[in-house]
Design a protein around this ligand. Structure first.
Ligand SMILES: *Cc1c(COP(=O)(O)O)cnc(C)c1O
Length: 371
């Protein structure tokens, strides 16, 4: 059987081992060392963020953002409902209450209209919004940032999936008070596991660093006034990150090319709509996502499985999860409808045009025939 094609497989640049060897030579196989600084610097210079903190994963970065902002028990935190659980787990860690806001059809991402409406109507003012840029596509972030500012709530961008995505040339993750990137195994870049917290506020990043290293006070002995976490990234993994950052633009362009191939080969299928890209934005097209108007995506998934190609339903909205059955929601059916109809297609950057063509032929064979 042909080798399996994954949704988004890790793809090394070729320099990873070389840098790891340097780490070993230096003996800094620890959550301290020069590659951590280099990795943080490369994220800053690529995204234009002013301060960055390398962490063990994206979830811990979101957790630190909430902690540094003083969000805790009893506070309300708004979040995109159409996202992966990693966006919102940290709200639970902080004993805060999540309020889920729906997407709009124009972006599939959080609706600025619903956000504004909620903030005008709500009895209790939330402290923050965690906004996801889904599947690497920029949300209507300028509008969303304006609304947050107007209502005096913090904005945390979950850019875990969207490294390299921009709005009018400015990187997702740099519009909010904090931005978060992830280097989990299936993200556009990977360090096997890892995350980055960015902010233009240097003090906040320093505070986050303090919490990420067990909140040790600046004494020779171990003095603790507050509790912290063990969330820092290892120098070994940062070395992988530095090598991965050398190819970020290539990866974004390849993901976008894969999307273009899908669009081309599926253009004649009326019932398919691909995830939109807002004007003035450039998504990284981490995963090509689409919806079927008539056909059952389960049938398509099964057919793709038959040729050893991975695909996956769109994220099940958080407000539909049993875990959040008691959470407040502000939804209008948009994400529920997308979830009912949609699929993520294999988008690994090692794929060829022929791979995509073959996948599209199987999709076309498995959908409802119109005439
Ligand atoms: C992957 C992901 C996360 C979590 O990142 P980890 O590094 O896996 O902890 C958070 N939010 C979204 C939207 C993600 O896709």
């Amino acid at each position: 059987m042909k080798e399996r094609i994954f949704l988004s497989a890790p793809h090394m640049s070729g320099n990873e081992l070389k840098y790891i060897e340097k780490v070993f030579e230096s003996n800094y196989i620890a959550p301290i060392g020069e590659y951590i600084n280099k990795f943080e610097e490369s994220i800053c210079s690529y995204t234009g963020s002013e301060n960055a903190l390398a962490l063990s994963n994206g979830t811990s970065a979101l957790h630190l953002a909430l902690r540094v902002l003083g969000i805790g028990e009893g506070d309300d935190v708004l979040a995109s409902t159409f996202t992966f659980i990693g966006s919102v787990n940290a709200i639970i860690y902080q004993n805060a209450n999540v309020v889920f806001i729906d997407s709009d059809k124009e972006s599939w991402n959080l609706s600025p209209k619903l956000l504004n409406k909620y903030l005008l109507e709500c009895e209790k003012k939330p402290k923050a919004l965690i906004l996801t840029h889904l599947y690497g596509m920029s949300a209507d972030i300028v509008k969303i940032a304006e609304i947050c500012k107007l209502h005096g709530i913090y904005l945390i961008e979950d850019a875990a999936e969207s490294l390299g995505a921009t709005y009018e040339g400015k990187h997702t993750g740099t519009f909010g008070d904090f931005g978060v990137y992830s280097f989990n195994g299936n993200k556009i870049l990977t360090t096997s596991g890892g995350g980055m917290l960015v902010s233009s506020n240097k003090e906040w990043i320093e505070k986050a660093k303090f919490y990420s290293t067990q909140a040790k006070e600046a004494h020779i002995y171990y003095e603790h006034n507050e509790y912290g976490y063990n969330y820092r990234m290892s120098n070994v993994l940062a070395a992988i990150g530095v090598a991965q950052m050398e190819v970020i633009e290539d990866r974004v362009l390849k993901k976008r090319e894969i999307f273009e191939w899908y669009s081309e080969f599926l253009a004649d299928v009326q019932e398919i709509s691909l995830m939109p890209e807002l004007d003035n934005t450039r998504g990284n097209r981490w995963l090509t996502a689409l919806v079927f108007e008539k056909s059952d995506f389960n049938v398509v998934m099964k057919a793709l499985e038959g040729i050893n190609v991975e695909s996956r339903p769109l994220w099940k909205p958080m407000h539909m999860q049993p875990l959040f059955k008691d959470a407040k929601t502000f939804v209008d059916g948009t994400s529920e409808e997308l979830y009912a109809k949609g699929l993520c297609l294999a988008s690994s950057t090692t794929m060829t045009r022929d791979d995509v063509k073959m996948i599209c032929e199987v999709i076309k064979d498995s959908i409802v025939k119109t005439d």
